[in-house]
Design a protein around this ligand. Structure first.
Ligand code: SF4
Length: 366
């Protein structure tokens, strides 16, 4: 298997393709590497103002083996033929290390260097899962965890995998530096296997949460996306006559509490006519989720999302159930229009992630 390095993009890729197909393959990998310009970054737009942990590292790019039906990254890259869940682009750990070391020893200038020197907690996994089965092969995230431990650098991990519960990963996770958020969207293994086809099913994620908690690691669960079970208005206006959609149930909160979670963070499903995630759901499930959304929203023919009042019912119910188990609750960034509306539901008003460390927000002028 040949290894090709795209030095300019700090990304490497592996290829087993030979003959004439090789040239086409290399061109395509170059396009992927270009799309995945840098493993380290800060988002633009309103995300940097709204997200408390916008400083990110993605150890893989242009593909995530979990291949979730609703994935936003998949939607933006698939139509450009740049989404490769089976063989994503791989970041160079040497480049990540040199960026961190040059910032820490003062030889590097710039915004990222300032964040590193201020020990802004870094988020592992924004456009992909850094701990998917690709990591089992390339181990870039493992080496990054070693680096972060060596430099006593705080980090936050978002994952749908169970790799972190493997003994060698457990040994490198540091309870005083790590905050791990497991995305768990459904209580049902068969639903997880359909909506998140490449990811370990719910019961495996719950077992991973239990293992990390037994080692003293801070763990939250993200019910993101929170998939509604009735059409919009069922709880906040008029009960619908439809049967509930068998994707989500409130007893997910009991399961997460039993696994030892400390915090639950919820964020509502959003679909889009143009970015393919609705079409993928129709193809995979054999029904159109369109009926869940109000007529007014459907008429706009754009993003599909629920009304504030209906979302409020789901969030407040989840918060109450979460508090019954003495866990903390929060709402993740829910579109610009609802961000401030649901701030009262964050148990930590200074951090919607409710992390064990404080993000230096002043670094972003906030
Ligand atoms: S785990 Fe996240 S990045 Fe990976 S496919 Fe699912 S939603 Fe996309």
């Amino acid at each position: 298997m040949a290894k090709v390095t795209f030095a300019a993009a700090s990304v490497s890729a592996t290829s087993s393709v030979g003959g004439g197909g090789c040239v086409v393959y290399l061109v395509w990998r170059c396009m992927m590497a270009k799309a995945y310009r840098s493993a380290i970054g800060i988002p633009g737009g309103s995300e940097v103002e709204k997200c408390f942990y916008p400083f990110k590292v993605d150890t893989y790019g242009c593909g995530c083996p979990h291949n979730c039906l609703y994935c936003y990254s998949r939607s933006t890259l698939e139509w450009r033929k740049l989404w490769n869940p089976d063989d994503p682009a791989v970041a160079s750990v040497a480049d990540i290390e040199s960026t961190f070391l040059a910032a820490l020893d003062g030889s590097r200038r710039g915004r990222i260097a300032d964040l590193v020197r201020a020990r802004m907690p870094v988020r592992l996994g924004s456009k992909t899962d850094c701990f998917s089965k690709t990591e089992r092969v390339h181990r870039v995230s493992f080496r990054l965890l070693q680096l972060l431990r060596e430099h006593r650098y705080p980090y936050l991990i978002l994952t749908k995998g169970d790799l972190l519960a493997d003994p060698e990963y457990l040994d490198v996770l540091d309870p005083s530096l790590a905050y791990v958020q497991f995305s768990v969207t459904t209580p049902y293994d068969d639903v997880a296997a359909t909506w998140e086809p490449g990811a370990p099913v719910t019961s495996l994620r719950l077992r991973a949460i239990e293992t990390l908690r037994s080692r003293g690691i801070h763990v939250a669960a993200r019910i993101c996306p929170l998939i509604p079970i009735y059409p919009d208005g069922h709880y906040s206006q008029t009960p619908s006559l439809c049967d509930p959609l068998n994707v989500f149930d409130w007893h997910l909160v009991d399961q997460l509490a039993d696994a030892g979670c400390e915090t639950i963070i919820a964020g509502f499903l959003r679909l889009n006519y143009y970015n393919n995630n609705r079409r993928r759901i129709v193809a995979a499930l054999g029904f159109d989720p369109d009926y869940l959304f109000s007529e007014e929203i459907r008429r706009r023919n754009d993003a599909l999302y629920f009304s504030i009042e209906e979302k409020r019912y789901y969030y407040e119910t989840l918060r109450d159930l979460t508090h019954q188990h003495k866990m903390a609750f929060s709402v993740c960034y829910d579109g610009d229009e609802a961000y401030e509306v649901f701030r009262y539901l964050w148990d930590n008003p200074n951090d919607c992630c409710n992390a064990p460390f404080s993000p230096p927000r002043d670094l972003f002028g906030l």
